[in-house]
Design a protein around this ligand. Structure first.
Ligand SMILES: [Zn+2]
Length: 265
């Protein structure tokens, strides 16, 4: 029965997000699947965590839309999240919710769920708020090297702080609503730290093995493929071709979840 409530809640929220242009059609279908499983299996506590992620991250994207117009071509997608982005950000969280159905007594699915959401939230916050850093970011693999804002693998003090804040925004309700029922500062720090670690791992992949392309017309590096925003076909210049932004987001959540699970054992 709870699955049915989960489905109704998911449809309602997805409809609003679709109307607000936070999701495209494929993203709406994917988010309905993710929402139904997480709301339906997890119930209230899991729903609150997922919604905290969804509302704050799409809210930030919206708030900084204009500021980023010039940078947008660097990012592979606009503000409407498609199915790849939804599964990249929420696929692992959905897996942990499903795991909870099989092991309802275990705290581990909750910790993995919270930490993977903390990681993708940290990453989104860093991306959206990092552009406010007054100076250009530095490459995570070579901190002496300055790169253009929006470059994959670029980090800044402000962006890292935003990342920690985005992680903490998930970690706090995660321990307050924890099914284990006890408030613990160390678990809060563990989940918040795991989220930050996931987000830094995301930057590391962006600097090293993530697929990067080049637009010959604009003479710019981009994540966009096969076509750049200008309509020109982009050329692969480095990284693993299959490792697009969606898989990097997935890896970000997986790394965060892993760090928290190892830390709690
Ligand atoms: Zn171009």
């Amino acid at each position: 029965m709870q699955i049915l409530y989960g489905f109704v809640l998911a449809i309602l929220i997805v409809y609003l997000a679709y109307r607000a242009h936070s999701l495209d059609k494929s993203g709406a279908v994917a988010a309905t699947v993710v929402g139904t499983i997480i709301f339906g299996i997890g119930g209230l506590e899991w729903s609150i965590l997922l919604l905290t992620f969804f509302i704050t991250s799409s809210g930030l994207s919206r708030a900084f839309k204009r500021r980023k117009v010039g940078l947008n071509e660097k990012f592979s997608k606009g503000n409407e999240r498609d199915a790849g982005q939804v599964f990249g950000n929420g696929g692992l969280a959905t897996f942990f919710a499903a795991l909870h159905a099989f092991y309802p007594e275990s705290i581990l699915p909750w910790v993995g769920f919270a930490a993977s959401l903390a990681a993708v939230n940290a990453d989104t916050w860093a991306t959206e708020l990092g552009v406010l850093n007054p100076t250009p970011p530095r490459m995570i693999t070579d901190l002496r090297k300055r790169v253009e804002k929006g470059t994959s693998g670029g980090i800044s003090l402000f962006g890292t702080f935003a990342s920690l804040l985005g992680s903490a925004v998930i970690a706090l309700p995660a321990i307050l609503l924890s099914p284990a029922g006890k408030f613990s500062t160390s678990t809060f720090l563990l989940i918040a730290g795991a989220g930050l670690a996931g987000s830094l791992f995301d930057s590391l992949l962006g600097a090293t093995v993530q697929a990067m392309y080049y637009c010959p017309r604009d003479q710019k590096e981009t994540e966009k493929h096969p076509l750049h925003t200008c309509g020109t076909e982009t050329i692969h210049i480095r990284g693993w071709k299959w490792l697009n932004n969606d898989w990097v987001n997935f890896a970000c959540g997986a790394f965060g979840g892993l760090v928290a699970l190892v830390g709690i054992l």
